[in-house]
Write a protein that binds this ligand. Structure first.
Ligand code: 9D3
Length: 248
């Protein structure tokens, strides 16, 4: 999958993506990442990517033409059939695992990262198919959102994660939060690892983990539980979790 980021801070994206899973996906050739700086496409005599907003008010707005020319170059560099241009903005659709899954088959995803107060509305209308957001809080630009999208999509591409991690991906994210994890030593700050995890009974461990996932989701994200159709066994495990919590 080709990712192209339109940004006046291209190094912010390129440097961060060299690390970890995204970095490996790039060296494996499963992911291609390019950044396009609107500043390199400025042609007007004032050499600026931004200008004052019509109608007045604070801040600056990114101009249409440098953004448009950067997108044209990004498209020409790949010449893909399945290409989408996404503007990352607080007005966008919230990014979810489902939204990411729906975009896994793209050949090229062009991510437009804005700065200042925003970008000229005519660029959004004419060049962007969708608008995506990280959520209802304020960032100072779209670069971190672009990195979030690249990270979350890259790890879904075949071959990027190892077999174990891919299998876990399949069996997991069934609408619940993850269960707690423990590693050595057995005792930390007076606290011991739950004994079931030391026993080696894999069926019991699986049931314990499901109970913790259900209980944790109920405690931390009750909204997720309301969307879930729990099995009879899951309902029983959650009731047990609540009873065990009271007796603590
Ligand atoms: C405080 C400025 N706001 C006007 C009252 C508007 C505003 C403009 C530009 C708010 C944020 C930004 C920059 N944000 C992004 O580029 C962005 C973003 C975000 O701020 N929140 C969640 N997701 C995203 S994706 C891109």
């Amino acid at each position: 999958m080709h990712f192209d980021v339109i940004s006046i801070f291209p190094d912010m994206v390129l440097e961060a993506a060299k690390n970890g899973v995204t970095g490996r996906a790039i060296t494996q050739g499963i992911v291609e990442l390019s950044a396009w700086n609107p500043r390199d496409y400025v042609t007007d005599k004032y050499k600026t990517v931004d200008d004052r907003p019509y109608g007045g008010g604070p801040g600056m707005v990114m101009k249409y033409q440098p953004l448009k020319d950067a997108v044209v170059d990004a498209k020409q560099a790949v010449n893909a059939e399945r290409v989408k241009v996404v503007y990352l903005s607080p007005q966008g659709k919230p990014i979810t695992q489902q939204l990411l899954n729906e975009n896994l088959a793209l050949q090229q995803l062009i991510l437009v990262a804005g700065r200042y107060e925003g970008i000229d509305e005519r660029f959004i209308e004419d060049e962007c198919q969708e608008e995506w957001s990280l959520g209802d809080f304020v960032l100072s630009g779209g670069e971190l959102a672009a990195l979030v999208v690249i990270d979350a999509l890259s790890r879904l591409l075949p071959g990027v994660l190892g077999d174990a991690a891919s299998a876990q991906q399949d069996s997991h994210m069934h609408g619940l939060l993850d269960h707690p994890h423990y590693t050595r030593p057995e005792m930390v700050n007076g606290k011991v690892v739950p004994s079931v995890l030391l026993g080696g009974n894999h069926k019991e461990i699986e049931i314990w983990r499901m109970k913790q996932a259900l209980g944790g989701t109920w405690q931390k994200r009750p909204d997720l539980l309301l969307e879930q159709a729990l099995t009879v066994q899951q309902q029983r495990l959650l009731e047990e979790f609540k009873i065990e919590l009271k007796s603590k």
